[in-house]
Design a protein around this ligand. Structure first.
Ligand SMILES: [Zn+2]
Ligand SMILES: [Zn+2]
Length: 247
């Protein structure tokens, strides 16, 4: 199967911590220049810039998967990927709707800019997006699946906002099949973590907030073709295989 260079965790200027140069077309162009084949735009708790990113890629040979990095009620970050802009926006509306109505203060946290594929500013999201939403980590996978999506815990090796930092372990339920590890060399040096590599699809993405941070052509995934459906199949694979094994 062919290998595709990916980066499935990129923030746009909609995330308050995202650089203002992280416009949807800039992200797509930079990812293309860096030689990536498939990327995901994953802002905190919102999908309002994913349609612009997909449109920006219409004439460029790169696949843009719409995504959201959800902050669950437990403050755990989970990357959620969706089949198309419609499903991502519908899921995004549900997640946004469960956010506490705490106003963003751009002077402290940064702007949350919504824009189109021509970099025309369409507005600013009023409430602070990275806050914990009202959806728990137990509920989230079912909700994502109801919109046709797939999700996996983000940067599990980070000391904050990760499933391991919050729980101290990876719970059996909900049953994830993929995990994002930011520094796999360091993480897997610890033998106690080796079992994750055997049981999960391990992904390493940039979590870029600035253009320069977008991954180089350095992380690859085996896919029949660079499409969301194929990606979902691969990211869901371990669960199916394990189920067959135990039946
Ligand atoms: Zn995060
Ligand atoms: Zn992130």
């Amino acid at each position: 199967m062919p290998l595709y260079a990916y980066d499935f965790h990129i923030h746009s200027c909609l995330s308050p911590c995202g650089d203002e140069l992280m416009t949807p077309p800039n992200i797509v162009n930079m990812a293309y220049v860096k030689g990536l084949d498939i990327i995901a735009v994953t802002d905190h708790n919102s999908a309002r810039n994913v349609r612009a990113a997909i449109k920006s890629a219409e004439s460029i040979p790169i696949t843009v998967v719409p995504g959201i990095e959800v902050t669950t009620a437990e403050e755990i970050h989970v990357v959620c990927l969706f089949p198309d802009a419609d499903s991502a926006e519908m899921a995004g509306a549900k997640i946004e709707g469960s956010l506490p109505q705490i106003k963003n203060r751009p002077e402290f946290f940064g702007e949350q800019i919504i824009m189109d594929e021509n970099e025309t500013v369409k507005g600013a999201f009023p409430f602070l997006l990275p806050n914990a939403c009202g959806i728990s980590i137990d509920e989230l996978p079912k909700i994502v699946e109801s919109f046709g999506g797939v999700c996996f815990p983000a940067h599990i090796d980070r000391q904050s906002n990760s499933v391991l930092s919050v729980f101290g372990y990876l719970p059996d339920k909900p049953e994830f099949t993929a995990l994002e590890v930011q520094e796999p060399e360091k993480f897997f040096k610890d033998e106690a973590n080796e079992h994750y590599r055997l049981s999960y699809e391990i992904l390493t993405s940039s979590d870029a907030h600035r253009l320069v941070e977008i991954s180089e052509r350095e992380h690859f995934i085996e896919l029949e073709e660079p499409t969301f459906n194929e990606l979902k199949r691969v990211l869901s694979r371990n669960r199916r295989e394990l189920l067959n094994f135990y039946q």
